[in-house]
Ligand binder design. Structure first.
Ligand SMILES: Nc1ncnc2c1ncn2[C@@H]1O[C@H](COP(=O)(O)OP(=O)(O)O)[C@@H](O)[C@H]1O
Ligand SMILES: [Mg+2]
Length: 284
């Protein structure tokens, strides 16, 4: 196991993960119907949609926590199946679930290495783990006062950073974050958005689930909208206004047609609200 800076960055722009026709039911509920999703190296894809749209179900398909009934998955150009979390991990797909699953009573180092501790003979190699924790957090420009701080004493943003850092220890190619800023204030949100940008710089593909459009517009490259378990629109950030996205989320206009047209034709300058500026000034 190596830390992030020892991982060779994937080539930017290469499609890493490709889902086609993903379909999943829970009894009579059609949670996902024929959903497509692509994630490229060095790209932040925001997955947005109303409650019940199928976002978490789709993440579970990709993380091996709840395989689909139908559909295909390609990883790095090869057809794969992801029947278990172990299979996702082996492929290089890491997930930070919303509850983070950190141990409050343990310090940052112990949380990072929980279940994959470095041993030196029969004892834990605390020095090595501490050094690698510092390296990783510095690499991520994470502001954690001390790696020996108990997680209970950290802010929500710092906890999120620790959970994301932990997900990177297996050198994944894709990281999926479920609502990483949902419980955070402005400064902490900026810290997490900065971290997401670090991941992209490293060539990782990032899937960001968020209902906060300001965050999405600040950090994503592409926005994929789900509605009632189906693809309901796809936008490049900078080519869509917040209104376009909200319309796709709520289905309030006949957007399936207009978006396809918008995707094919280059947008006129008047179509954009300069969303690149949204929220970016809070990120340093
Ligand atoms: N374990 C489950 N059992 C039954 N229905 C489920 C289960 N998980 C999700 N669903 C249903 O599938 C649909 C999509 O849910 P979900 O993926 O959680 O949406 P989102 O994350 O976008 O809010 C919803 O109608 C939800 O009620
Ligand atoms: Mg959900």
């Amino acid at each position: 196991m190596t830390v992030l800076d020892e991982a060779p960055p994937a080539r930017q722009g290469t499609t890493l993960l490709s889902l086609r026709g993903t379909t999943k039911r829970f009894g009579a509920v059609r949670a996902l119907t024929d959903v497509d999703l692509d994630v490229a190296a060095g790209e932040v894809v925001a997955l947005v949609g109303d409650n019940g749209a199928g976002k978490s179900t789709l993440v579970k398909v990709m993380s091996g926590a709840g395989p689909a009934e139908a559909g295909t998955i390609e990883f790095d150009g090869t057809a794969v199946s992801i029947p278990t979390p172990g299979a996702a991990q082996a492929l290089g797909i890491a997930t930070v679930f919303q509850d983070l699953a950190l141990c409050d009573n343990l310090d940052v180092v112990s949380n990072l290495f929980l279940g994959s501790e470095t041993v030196n003979g029969l004892v834990l190699d605390e020095v090595d783990m501490e050094r690698r924790s510092w390296t990783l957090l510095r690499e991520l420009s994470a502001k954690i006062p001390s790696v020996r701080t108990r997680v209970a004493g950290l802010s929500g943003g710092q906890r999120q950073v620790v959970a994301i850092a932990r997900s990177l220890l297996g050198n994944p190619k894709i990281v999926m974050l479920d609502e990483p800023t949902a419980a955070l204030g402005v400064a902490q949100t900026a810290q997490v958005l900065n971290l997401i940008e670090r991941l992209r710089e490293r060539g990782l593909g990032v899937v960001l689930i968020s209902h906060n459009l300001a965050d999405v517009l600040a950090v994503a490259d592409r926005i994929v909208v789900l509605r009632l378990g189906r693809n309901a629109g796809e936008f490049r950030v900078g080519e869509a206004t917040q209104n376009d996205i909200v319309a796709a989320i709520t289905g309030s206009s006949d957007n399936a047609v207009t978006e396809r047209a918008a995707r094919k034709a280059p947008p006129s300058p008047s179509d954009t609200d300069d969303p690149e500026n949204t929220g970016q000034e809070t990120a340093q």
